[in-house]
Design a protein around this ligand. Structure first.
Ligand SMILES: [Fe+2]
Length: 383
């Protein structure tokens, strides 16, 4: 009988591990994956509540990324110091803790219970570690029905924590790489804008306007991010245009204008050297086609209508608006109102009507108070 029970629980353990690993390898959002693993653990181990704590190495704090149980909403708002409580100790030592009664434990910090109203009695806390680096800890609270957690519970918790840690590590690495890529793209755009005092901040503004338009058009979050990066890089080909032409304040000769038009092709060429190529497809198209116009009068290829990629149509509108409303050596710069009027005058002929309408709705909706609109947007957007 005991053997049968033992076998039964081993099978249950295995099924649970397989289920967890299936989920970790799927494309679900990280937060959802961790939440679902926590829920399974709480159920299989038979705990009243559970919390998944993640270490923020930069800020030296520990935050609950997922919580299950009666006070989970309150626990998600709690932030611990790096060395606080039993979680802090497990993260520090990398060793699991099985505690029969927390009240007797020297590291017990009552703060979480005090803030959430939950009363912790018994507890398992296991580290989330990858290659010896502790990323956080998984905590199961109050064994149901019987008083204490068992050694088998801790073994199961450790196995699941190892799987979760790997998924967490991958997701953190991915976020870090994305952040690094974005900051490098921003730096490139800044270097470019710095060459001409009259275009200072141009790429950032065009990227910002393009992002607002994309959100207004209801594009998904990933496309919005892609567009933002592509817009930052739209004029990167100007790196290949000589200063005496790029910064010339008098009217350009036909030859000089032909040279300046080359920035589209040069930009696409520069960006096509970046690997992986799939990640740069939109940026290449945008650099190449942001001066194409709906009626086919643009450059470099005279594309018309929907043959112009959507990203390039959006950046084309944002770019034209910024060029009109920014002071140049030869003009003071139009007001935002006149900029919108001009876009509307040319919609359907030069510019995509849907894109112009979306941008006009944004600017009119905030009464041309762009800074206020930006402040509102930034609250909801992480870029
Ligand atoms: Fe351009």
């Amino acid at each position: 009988m005991t053997q049968l029970k033992e076998l039964e629980s081993q099978v249950r353990e295995l099924v649970m591990l397989l289920e967890a690993s299936k989920q970790l390898n799927s494309n679900l959002e990280m937060g959802e994956v961790l939440e679902s693993i926590l829920l399974q653990m709480v159920q299989v181990v038979g705990a009243e509540a559970g919390t998944l704590w993640v270490l923020d190495g930069e800020r030296q704090t520990i935050k609950a990324d997922a919580a299950y149980g009666p006070s989970s909403a309150d626990i998600l708002n709690i932030e611990l110091k790096r060395d606080e409580g039993i979680v802090g100790k497990v993260i520090e030592t990398g060793k699991a803790e099985l505690i029969e009664n927390v009240a007797w434990h020297p590291n017990w910090a009552n703060r979480v219970d005090d803030s959430s109203g939950f009363i912790t009695k018994s507890m398992i806390t296991v580290p989330l570690a990858v290659k010896g680096k502790v990323l956080g800890a998984l905590q199961l609270l109050n064994k149901k029905d019987i008083a204490f957690f068992s050694e088998q519970d801790i073994r199961l918790a450790v196995a699941l924590a190892n799987q979760s840690a790997l998924a967490l590590h991958n997701s953190q690495m991915y976020d870090e790489l994305q952040r690094m890529l974005l900051s490098m793209i921003r730096t490139l755009a800044k270097v470019l804008d710095a060459r001409d005092p009259y275009t200072a901040g141009h790429s950032e503004r065009v990227a910002k306007y393009s992002l607002w338009i994309a959100e207004k058009l209801g594009m998904d979050a990933q496309s919005c991010e892609e567009l933002y990066k592509a817009a930052l890089l739209h004029d990167i080909g100007k790196i290949g245009i000589p200063d005496n032409i790029l910064r010339k304040s008098e009217r350009l000769t036909t030859d000089e204008y032909t040279t300046i038009k080359q920035h589209t092709v040069i930009g696409a060429d520069i960006l096509s050297n970046i690997e992986p190529k799939e990640a740069m497809v939109h940026a290449i198209e945008t650099a190449l086609s942001h001066h194409e116009r709906l009626d086919g009068t643009g450059y470099p290829h005279g594309l018309a209508g929907e043959n112009i990629p959507l990203f390039a149509r959006i950046v084309g509108v944002a770019d034209a608006f910024d060029a009109m409303t920014t002071a140049r050596s030869y003009s003071a710069g139009a007001s935002f109102e006149s900029g919108v009027e001009e876009l509307q005058r040319c919609k359907g002929s030069l510019f995509d009507s849907r894109v112009v309408d979306a941008f006009a709705a944004i600017l009119q909706g905030c009464n041309y108070q762009i800074e206020q609109y930006e402040a509102q947007q930034e609250r909801g957007y992480r870029l």
